[in-house]
Design a protein around this ligand. Sequence first.
Ligand code: IMP
Ligand code: MG
Length: 181
Amino acid sequence: MPNVGGRNIEVLFSAEQIAERNRELAQKIAERKLERPLAVSILKGSFIFAADLIRAMHDAGVEPDVEFITVSSYGAGTKGGDIRLVRDIDSEVEGRDVLLIDDILESGKTLNFVRELMMSRGARSVSIAVLLDKPGHRKLDLYADFTAFECPDYFVVGYGMDVAHSFRQLPYVGRVMDEPK
Ligand code: IMP
Ligand code: MG
């Protein structure tokens, strides 16, 4: 079990497993034949997944424009209720096939918020790619078009995902096993 900064991490999805799934997702995305695709990475948690997925998309023959949007949830802490736009994209969305890229689909509130925003701006289509799906916590009727892995019901870190901005650098997805003293 890797030890990172004094914390034991159980690896749930290895770098190799993730790379393989990224190639498979990119193939499936290529089969959709999106027109003028616009990939939108939802920051911060998706930055590594998005970086790898868009390069796998290039290898699969998909050449998206790439944008970034930052949203945060507010209300009851990190499990919070409502979503707020922190930093918007610059690109026109009208008529584009938008591919939203996020780390985790849990309640669905984050992705639903960004999806509605893109639809309201006249996107031709909005599809969703997520690294992890936690279907047990869904509050909205929302599905990802492309999911790398179904995630067990743990709080996970790594591959862009954090606890208080730590652990984003890990090349794998894991679970922090021991609590700090
Ligand atoms: P949703 O709006 O409930 O679908 O929340 C999904 C967002 O919550 C993700 O984009 C993550 O930023 C965050 N999140 C949910 N579960 C975890 C986790 O286990 N580790 C890190 N972030 C998480
Ligand atoms: Mg997030």
